[in-house]
Design a protein. Structure first.
Length: 86
């Protein structure tokens, strides 16, 4: 029968301390892994959100700008048609 005054095995105390230290290290590593996973997911979510943003609409042309471009395109068209004698 074990009595309260029995000597404690120092090797058993040392093993318990090593086990406790190992568990603490594993918990710390698990916490770091969880933080790394969370940070990666958050970064991915931000990248997806950024890629889904739409560009603002380009500025609209004024009537004068549209007419100027249209006239320049017609000049190019007329020159090309002249090359074919049509």
């Amino acid at each position: 029968m074990a009595m309260g005054n029995e000597p404690v095995n120092p090797n058993k105390q040392s093993n318990n301390k090593q086990n406790e230290d190992a568990v603490a290290k594993l918990l710390a590593l698990a916490a770091l892994a969880g933080l790394a996973w969370w940070a990666r997911k958050r970064t991915q979510a931000r990248q997806v959100a950024e890629s889904q943003k739409t560009d603002p609409a380009p500025p609209r042309l004024t009537n004068a700008e549209y007419e100027k471009i249209s006239n320049e395109m017609m000049k190019i068209h007329d020159r090309n048609m002249g090359l074919y004698n049509l």
